[in-house]
Design a protein around this ligand. Structure first.
Ligand SMILES: [Zn+2]
Length: 147
């Protein structure tokens, strides 16, 4: 279960994970459609982004920095950094958004931003690329870039 705050009335709703595959969940109080992606961010997990959803989830985000972690299954340093990004997502509290992109499965976005080595973390704000972190870094170093 995840807790999703209704963007219409502010009520907190408990929703089963994966509920969107069956039907659009609505707010128990005002019946407005609930945004489960905001729910995933509120639950403190990195949001998985693909070539198809990149523009909508990352470029269209307004007002807060969005970190995009470009990673692959076979990349050892990516696996080392994954728990750090999980922690940063858990501590985000609405100040920034942590997202992840599998470069093997999403070549368009990887080519567009010229990802030559991984992990590479791209930081976007209001649809623009504002910073780039190449290689595994400490949690403090990444957090500092998000401030
Ligand atoms: Zn509501």
């Amino acid at each position: 279960m995840i807790v999703v705050t209704c963007s219409n009335c502010g009520a907190r709703n408990r929703v089963a994970e994966g509920a969107t595959e069956r039907r659009q969940p609505v707010c128990g109080k005002c019946r407005a459609a609930l945004n489960l992606k905001a729910g995933a961010a509120a639950a403190g997990k990195p949001l998985t982004v693909t070539d198809e959803t990149f523009a909508q989830e990352v470029l269209a985000a307004r007002g807060l920095p969005v970190l995009l972690d470009c990673w692959a299954e076979w990349c050892g340093p990516c696996r080392m950094i994954a728990p750090v990004l999980d922690e940063l997502a858990a501590e985000a509290n609405g100040r920034y958004l942590i997202t992840k992109l599998n470069v093997d499965e999403n070549p368009q976005t990887s080519m567009r931003f010229d990802i030559r080595s991984i992990p590479t973390m791209l930081i976007f704000k209001n649809g623009a690329l504002v910073d780039r972190i190449v290689g595994a870094q400490s949690k403090q170093a990444i957090a500092a870039k998000l401030r």
